[in-house]
Design a protein around this ligand. Sequence first.
Ligand code: IMP
Ligand code: MG
Length: 173
Amino acid sequence: MAEKINVLFSEEEVDARIRQMGEQISRDYAGREVHLICVLKGGSFFMCELAKRITVPVYLDFMSVSSYGSETKSSGVVKIVKDLDAPLAGKDVIVVEDIVDTGHTLSYLLEMLKGREPASLKLCTLLDKPDRREVEVPVDYTGFVIPDKFIAGYGLDYDQKYRNLPYIGTVEF
Ligand code: IMP
Ligand code: MG
Protein backbone atom coordinates (compact mmCIF):
# COMPACT_ATOMS: atom_id res chain seq x y z
CA MET A 1 0.00 0.00 0.00
CA ALA A 2 1.95 2.95 -1.30
CA GLU A 3 -0.49 5.71 -0.51
CA LYS A 4 -1.15 7.46 2.80
CA ILE A 5 -4.38 9.10 3.99
CA ASN A 6 -4.16 12.46 5.78
CA VAL A 7 -7.17 13.66 7.77
CA LEU A 8 -8.87 16.66 6.15
CA PHE A 9 -12.10 16.67 8.18
CA SER A 10 -12.34 14.59 11.35
CA GLU A 11 -15.26 12.33 12.17
CA GLU A 12 -16.53 14.97 14.63
CA GLU A 13 -16.31 17.76 12.05
CA VAL A 14 -18.14 15.71 9.43
CA ASP A 15 -20.88 14.66 11.85
CA ALA A 16 -21.39 18.25 13.02
CA ARG A 17 -21.63 19.55 9.47
CA ILE A 18 -24.09 16.84 8.38
CA ARG A 19 -26.21 17.61 11.43
CA GLN A 20 -26.37 21.27 10.32
CA MET A 21 -27.28 20.25 6.78
CA GLY A 22 -30.07 18.03 8.09
CA GLU A 23 -31.44 20.90 10.16
CA GLN A 24 -31.33 23.20 7.13
CA ILE A 25 -33.16 20.68 4.94
CA SER A 26 -35.75 20.08 7.70
CA ARG A 27 -36.46 23.83 7.79
CA ASP A 28 -36.57 24.17 3.99
CA TYR A 29 -38.95 21.22 3.61
CA ALA A 30 -41.16 21.93 6.63
CA GLY A 31 -44.66 20.52 6.08
CA ARG A 32 -43.46 18.37 3.14
CA GLU A 33 -41.93 14.97 2.55
CA VAL A 34 -38.48 14.61 1.05
CA HIS A 35 -37.28 11.91 -1.33
CA LEU A 36 -33.55 11.36 -1.09
CA ILE A 37 -31.77 9.74 -4.00
CA CYS A 38 -28.42 8.25 -3.17
CA VAL A 39 -25.86 7.97 -5.92
CA LEU A 40 -24.05 4.73 -5.14
CA LYS A 41 -21.62 3.89 -3.84
CA GLY A 42 -19.94 7.09 -2.70
CA GLY A 43 -23.09 8.86 -1.48
CA SER A 44 -24.28 6.04 0.76
CA PHE A 45 -22.51 6.90 4.02
CA PHE A 46 -23.46 10.56 3.66
CA MET A 47 -27.10 9.84 2.83
CA CYS A 48 -27.60 7.58 5.85
CA GLU A 49 -26.17 10.15 8.26
CA LEU A 50 -28.06 13.01 6.59
CA ALA A 51 -31.37 11.14 6.64
CA LYS A 52 -30.98 10.58 10.41
CA ARG A 53 -30.77 14.35 10.93
CA ILE A 54 -33.85 15.25 8.85
CA THR A 55 -37.05 15.63 10.86
CA VAL A 56 -39.63 15.75 8.04
CA PRO A 57 -40.73 12.38 6.54
CA VAL A 58 -37.91 10.89 4.46
CA TYR A 59 -38.03 8.33 1.65
CA LEU A 60 -34.89 6.71 0.29
CA ASP A 61 -34.04 5.42 -3.15
CA PHE A 62 -30.76 4.43 -4.78
CA MET A 63 -29.18 4.59 -8.16
CA SER A 64 -25.83 3.63 -9.52
CA VAL A 65 -24.06 5.26 -12.43
CA SER A 66 -20.68 4.71 -13.95
CA SER A 67 -18.69 7.07 -16.07
CA TYR A 68 -16.77 5.56 -18.91
CA GLY A 69 -13.05 6.08 -18.49
CA SER A 70 -10.60 5.63 -15.67
CA GLU A 71 -11.52 5.79 -11.99
CA THR A 72 -9.83 9.11 -11.30
CA LYS A 73 -10.90 10.94 -14.48
CA SER A 74 -14.49 11.73 -15.50
CA SER A 75 -15.19 11.32 -19.21
CA GLY A 76 -18.61 13.00 -19.21
CA VAL A 77 -20.40 9.95 -20.56
CA VAL A 78 -22.55 8.37 -17.87
CA LYS A 79 -24.23 4.98 -17.86
CA ILE A 80 -27.07 4.00 -15.47
CA VAL A 81 -26.03 0.74 -13.87
CA LYS A 82 -28.92 0.58 -11.40
CA ASP A 83 -32.02 2.71 -11.77
CA LEU A 84 -34.39 3.97 -9.05
CA ASP A 85 -37.15 1.68 -7.75
CA ALA A 86 -39.87 4.35 -7.67
CA PRO A 87 -41.08 7.07 -10.06
CA LEU A 88 -40.30 10.70 -9.19
CA ALA A 89 -43.35 12.45 -10.64
CA GLY A 90 -44.79 15.05 -8.25
CA LYS A 91 -42.19 14.38 -5.53
CA ASP A 92 -39.77 16.74 -3.76
CA VAL A 93 -36.45 15.15 -4.62
CA ILE A 94 -32.93 15.73 -3.36
CA VAL A 95 -30.03 13.98 -5.07
CA VAL A 96 -27.38 13.12 -2.49
CA GLU A 97 -23.82 12.84 -3.80
CA ASP A 98 -20.41 12.37 -2.27
CA ILE A 99 -18.57 14.94 -4.39
CA VAL A 100 -19.03 17.30 -7.33
CA ASP A 101 -15.77 17.34 -9.20
CA THR A 102 -15.83 18.10 -12.96
CA GLY A 103 -19.64 18.18 -12.77
CA HIS A 104 -20.15 15.82 -15.70
CA THR A 105 -21.87 13.05 -13.71
CA LEU A 106 -24.31 15.34 -11.93
CA SER A 107 -25.11 17.50 -14.91
CA TYR A 108 -26.08 14.40 -16.89
CA LEU A 109 -27.97 12.87 -13.98
CA LEU A 110 -29.95 16.01 -13.09
CA GLU A 111 -31.09 16.47 -16.70
CA MET A 112 -32.19 12.87 -16.85
CA LEU A 113 -34.08 13.08 -13.54
CA LYS A 114 -35.77 16.36 -14.53
CA GLY A 115 -37.38 14.44 -17.37
CA ARG A 116 -39.22 12.33 -14.78
CA GLU A 117 -41.10 15.45 -13.66
CA PRO A 118 -40.48 15.70 -9.92
CA ALA A 119 -42.27 18.61 -8.15
CA SER A 120 -38.80 19.88 -7.24
CA LEU A 121 -35.24 18.66 -7.71
CA LYS A 122 -32.26 19.75 -5.64
CA LEU A 123 -28.68 18.64 -5.27
CA CYS A 124 -26.94 18.01 -1.96
CA THR A 125 -23.25 17.13 -1.94
CA LEU A 126 -20.92 16.36 0.92
CA LEU A 127 -17.94 17.82 -0.94
CA ASP A 128 -17.47 20.35 -3.71
CA LYS A 129 -14.22 20.79 -5.65
CA PRO A 130 -15.05 23.95 -7.63
CA ASP A 131 -11.53 24.35 -9.09
CA ARG A 132 -12.09 21.24 -11.16
CA ARG A 133 -15.48 22.19 -12.63
CA GLU A 134 -15.87 21.69 -16.40
CA VAL A 135 -19.68 21.77 -16.54
CA GLU A 136 -21.85 24.11 -14.49
CA VAL A 137 -23.96 22.29 -11.89
CA PRO A 138 -26.42 24.00 -9.52
CA VAL A 139 -25.49 22.81 -6.01
CA ASP A 140 -28.18 23.58 -3.40
CA TYR A 141 -26.53 22.13 -0.28
CA THR A 142 -22.77 21.74 0.18
CA GLY A 143 -21.02 20.14 3.14
CA PHE A 144 -17.48 21.34 2.52
CA VAL A 145 -15.79 23.22 -0.30
CA ILE A 146 -12.38 21.63 -0.79
CA PRO A 147 -9.19 22.29 -2.76
CA ASP A 148 -8.16 20.22 -5.77
CA LYS A 149 -6.86 17.18 -3.87
CA PHE A 150 -7.83 13.54 -4.25
CA ILE A 151 -10.15 12.54 -1.41
CA ALA A 152 -10.96 9.23 0.28
CA GLY A 153 -13.14 8.17 3.20
CA TYR A 154 -16.75 8.66 4.25
CA GLY A 155 -17.94 6.79 1.16
CA LEU A 156 -15.28 8.04 -1.24
CA ASP A 157 -12.81 5.55 -2.58
CA TYR A 158 -9.40 5.32 -4.07
CA ASP A 159 -9.44 2.19 -6.23
CA GLN A 160 -12.46 0.92 -4.18
CA LYS A 161 -10.49 1.24 -0.93
CA TYR A 162 -11.05 3.49 2.11
CA ARG A 163 -14.81 4.03 1.71
CA ASN A 164 -15.33 2.91 5.31
CA LEU A 165 -13.04 5.50 6.91
CA PRO A 166 -15.18 7.50 9.37
CA TYR A 167 -13.38 10.73 8.41
CA ILE A 168 -12.57 12.55 5.17
CA GLY A 169 -8.94 12.37 4.10
CA THR A 170 -6.66 13.40 1.28
CA VAL A 171 -4.72 10.69 -0.51
CA GLU A 172 -0.98 11.17 -0.54
CA PHE A 173 0.50 9.10 -3.36
P1 IMP B 1 -17.50 14.37 -11.66
O1 IMP B 1 -16.11 14.61 -12.12
O2 IMP B 1 -18.10 15.60 -11.01
O3 IMP B 1 -18.36 13.80 -12.75
O4 IMP B 1 -17.41 13.27 -10.50
C1 IMP B 1 -17.54 11.92 -10.79
C2 IMP B 1 -17.27 11.02 -9.63
O5 IMP B 1 -15.85 10.91 -9.50
C3 IMP B 1 -17.74 11.41 -8.25
O6 IMP B 1 -19.09 11.12 -7.99
C4 IMP B 1 -16.84 10.53 -7.40
O7 IMP B 1 -17.37 9.23 -7.32
C5 IMP B 1 -15.56 10.52 -8.20
N1 IMP B 1 -14.58 11.46 -7.63
C6 IMP B 1 -14.31 12.72 -8.01
N2 IMP B 1 -13.34 13.27 -7.24
C7 IMP B 1 -13.01 12.31 -6.34
C8 IMP B 1 -12.07 12.27 -5.24
O8 IMP B 1 -11.34 13.22 -4.91
N3 IMP B 1 -12.02 11.09 -4.55
C9 IMP B 1 -12.80 10.01 -4.85
N4 IMP B 1 -13.70 10.02 -5.86
C10 IMP B 1 -13.79 11.16 -6.59
MG1 MG C 1 -19.92 9.37 -6.80
